[in-house]
Write a protein that binds this ligand. Structure first.
Ligand code: ZN
Length: 343
């Protein structure tokens, strides 16, 4: 399948993140995309550049204030004499006002971010915008008749909510792909998130809608990021009730435990009878991932791809997490190859 890739991802190189109480070098680093690009190319998936769909599809899903902040954040940072990377130091948490957007850049950081692990640097907007265009292009390829396409999105997107960013994510690439397919006449679309972390942003964007089913299999928020979303009792609201399903799993989950839950999640997707599918593809379920705690091995990624293929749906893959940098490419390529061989 075609792999949509932009070198502009490299403009986002975050510096340091606050991770479980420690300020550490960013796990989400440019070399991730280099390893993936090389591995998917070696596996025979030809690279293609993204088209430019502009801001309209982004503004259709994301709050205009968030988008404007992301576009202008680093200029605001420089205007107060700062440089390097931007992290928030105060949040609009419980007891704080939610109805006031602070005029200053430090206040805005805490208003729009939901963690201190997602630094913004000078090139972040360029990279996030290009990543979104990669997802939209992969969706366009599928809308135009390809059975499947892969978007090598970096930065990732599945944590980015309507009006908040975090979890290394700024714009929700999987949601953009799903909405694009809807706009191109697919009456129903399912998003299946197999990243180690709950796809809270995608859930948030489609939470009140019945036309886009969101399903996520992930490490339990009882102990795992993003901590405040991803529980099994989050099933949707309003017209969307019943169209969100979460499958939280404990730390240490291995393939024998994982595959049955994946099968259940795939059955939920099949029962919805969608016209198209988006896979939020994280490979941080891998046993050697430095920030995750599942125990999947390299040999299991082709099986995941083949299981997805058996749904028989037009499928867009968007790249999400995976931080065992040296192995991330081969694990991603294994999913794509498993999908093609499992068709
Ligand atoms: Zn993840």
């Amino acid at each position: 399948m075609k792999a949509v890739y932009s070198p502009l991802h490299a403009r986002h190189d975050g510096g340091m993140e606050l991770h479980r109480g420690e300020l550490v070098p960013c796990f989400e680093m440019p070399s991730r995309a280099d390893y993936i690009r090389d591995a998917v190319t070696a596996a025979g998936h030809g690279l293609t550049a993204p088209r430019d769909f502009g801001l309209a599809p982004i503004l259709a899903l994301h709050d205009a204030g968030l988008v404007e902040f992301l576009r202008s954040a680093f200029d605001q940072w420089k205007a107060v004499g700062k440089d390097g990377f931007m992290l928030p130091s105060g949040f609009a948490a419980r007891s704080m006002r939610q109805d006031v957007i602070p005029p200053g850049v430090n206040g805005k950081l805490g208003y729009y971010a939901f963690d201190a692990g997602t630094p913004i640097v000078e090139g972040t907007w360029d990279a996030a915008y290009a990543s979104a265009q990669c997802a939209l292009t992969a969706a366009a390829l599928v809308a135009e008749g390809e059975r499947a396409a892969y978007a090598l999105c970096r930065p990732p997107g599945h944590h980015a909510a309507k009006a908040a960013y975090g979890g290394y994510c700024f714009l929700n690439n999987a949601a953009l792909a799903a909405q694009y397919l809807r706009d191109q006449g697919r009456a129903t679309v399912a998003v299946l998130d197999v990243d180690y972390h709950h796809g809270n942003g995608t859930q948030d964007i489609f939470y009140d809608r019945a036309d886009v089913l969101t399903v996520s299999v992930h490490g339990t928020p009882e102990t795992e990021y993003p901590f405040f979303r991803g529980f099994a009792d989050e099933t949707g609201t309003g017209a969307g009730v019943g169209f969100n399903r979460n499958f939280p799993l404990p730390r240490g989950t291995d393939w024998d435990s994982y595959r049955g839950v994946l099968d259940t999640a795939l059955r939920v997707v099949a029962d919805f009878k969608p016209d198209a599918l988006v896979i939020a593809l994280g490979v941080d379920t891998y046993e050697n991932d430095p920030i995750s705690a599942f125990k999947l091995k390299a040999e299991h990624y082709p099986l995941i791809g083949a299981a997805i293929a058996r749904l028989g749906l037009p499928t867009v893959f968007t790249q999400e997490g995976g931080y065992a940098v040296a192995e991330i490419g081969t694990n991603v390529a294994a999913v794509l190859t498993g999908f093609e061989q499992g068709q």
